[in-house]
Design a protein around this ligand. Structure first.
Ligand SMILES: [Zn+2]
Ligand SMILES: [Zn+2]
Length: 163
């Protein structure tokens, strides 16, 4: 299956990388050269990548190759600070493109088109998320930050079907 993600241009990419640096710094963490390299590849790619595909791309772009195991660790790191997200249904990774970091509060939604496999992360659901979390927490359950994968049909595919 070929999933695609919304592309970012170079300016957006540089902006996100700058934000990422600042974010890690504020957390007392380091966005090392390798971590940033992996993130950059994710930001340049218009499809989610598995750890192995990432390793491959990374090693093609550098003279100091890394092992898939390191890429796994780097992905774990990027995920833990919300710079990358794992698409569970595809077992692949995307870079977080939420420019203002809004997706890091509580909940963002990842839309996965079942027909063309386009993936889009939307973070405009904070208001709705608040209600959801309120309802969940009223059961006594304390929910962690999460990404909700929502399978369905994107606009384009829906339009095709409606014809
Ligand atoms: Zn995100
Ligand atoms: Zn679609």
């Amino acid at each position: 299956m070929n999933y695609v993600v919304i592309a970012v241009n170079k300016t957006q990419r540089n902006f996100i990388l700058k934000q990422a640096q600042a974010k890690c710094q504020s957390l007392g963490l380091r966005l090392t050269e390798k971590r940033q390299g992996v993130l950059e590849i994710l930001l340049q790619t218009v499809e989610p990548l598995s750890a192995y595909e990432l390793t491959d791309k990374y090693n093609k772009s550098t003279n100091s190759p890394i092992l898939a195991m390191s890429v796994y660790r780097i992905l774990e790191f990027l995920e833990s600070v919300n710079l990358a997200h794992r698409i569970h249904s595809a077992n692949k990774y995307i870079a977080c493109k939420s420019l203002d970091g809004a997706c890091h509060h509580h909940l963002s939604v990842i839309l996965v088109c079942k027909s063309c496999h386009q993936i889009e992360e939307i973070d405009s659901v904070q208001e709705a998320a608040k209600h959801l979390f309120k309802a969940v927490e009223s059961t006594g359950f304390s929910a962690a930050n999460a990404r909700l994968e929502l399978p369905g049909l994107c606009n384009l595919c829906k339009a095709k079907l409606d014809k």
